[in-house]
Design a protein around this ligand. Structure first.
Ligand code: ADP
Length: 224
């Protein structure tokens, strides 16, 4: 399959009381399997909302989102979760690790939810891949921001996703740590062919991706 993600005329409208806010307006693009793409634009332009729609975390108001040939719009919550489990990895700017679980347990959670086997040894392998084999028993508060982001990467890799969405993956990290995290993302793309879609303010990171989609006020203003 050459196209892993296809958006056609996608809009998102948030309603609160009698007020409506059109956050995304008629967005269309396709992303090739195995490619790397960044989504850039000013704060409030709709980037996070767009990423959530692409990843099946949220639904568009209008238009269609097709991920790996599956049209997400018509799916119920369970079906959406199944698509995410099978194809999608997601990393968040603020890591979203569970504070009461160790690094190892955080990586194991989605594997456990998927009913997988040998999860402890596989989670240890994943932590090793991100350079944190020795830190599995540490809790998130005992880890630096960069280490927490690497745990969240290990967690996102746990289903060997076809496509990885990353929302400001370097947003809370210093330059040196950012470099390590970015290298891990691109290693995954090169070695496993994982499609990479990143929302970023980091122009150095954006310049490393094959394509840049720029949005402003919920519309695409430039796409390479
Ligand atoms: P960006 O990631 O580019 O900063 P967002 O997608 O986070 O932009 O937000 C775009 C706009 O949508 C903002 O005005 C934000 O306040 C609004 N927004 C985001 N999520 C919601 C929500 N759940 N309900 C209402 N408005 C929202």
């Amino acid at each position: 399959m050459n196209t892993i993600l296809d958006l056609h005329d996608v809009s998102k409208i948030y309603k609160s009381g009698d007020r409506t806010l059109k956050v995304l307006d008629s967005i269309s693009f396709s992303i090739d399997t195995g490619s790397t793409v960044s989504i850039v634009g000013p704060s409030g332009s709709g980037k996070t909302t767009l990423l959530g729609l692409c990843a099946g975390l949220d639904r568009s108001t209008n238009g269609t989102v097709e991920l790996h040939g599956k049209r997400l719009n018509g799916l119920n919550e369970d079906q959406l979760a199944a698509v995410r489990n099978q194809y999608v990895g997601f990393i968040f700017q603020n890591f979203q690790l569970l504070p009461t679980l160790t690094a190892l347990e955080n990586v194991m959670v989605p594997m456990e939810l998927r009913g997988e086997k040998n999860i402890k040894s596989r989670a240890l392998d994943l932590l090793d891949k991100v350079g944190l084999a020795e830190r599995g028993h540490h809790y998130p508060t005992q880890l630096s921001g960069g280490e927490q982001q690497r745990v969240s990467l290990a967690r996102a890799f746990s289903n060997q996703p076809q496509i990885l969405f990353a929302d400001e993956p370097t947003g809370n990290l210093d330059a040196e740590t950012s470099e390590k995290v970015v290298k891990l993302l691109f290693d995954l793309n090169r070695e496993a062919g994982t499609t990479l879609v990143v929302v970023t303010h980091d122009l150095e990171l954006a310049a490393k991706t094959q394509r840049i989609i720029r949005i402003k006020g919920g519309k695409i203003v430039e796409a390479s």
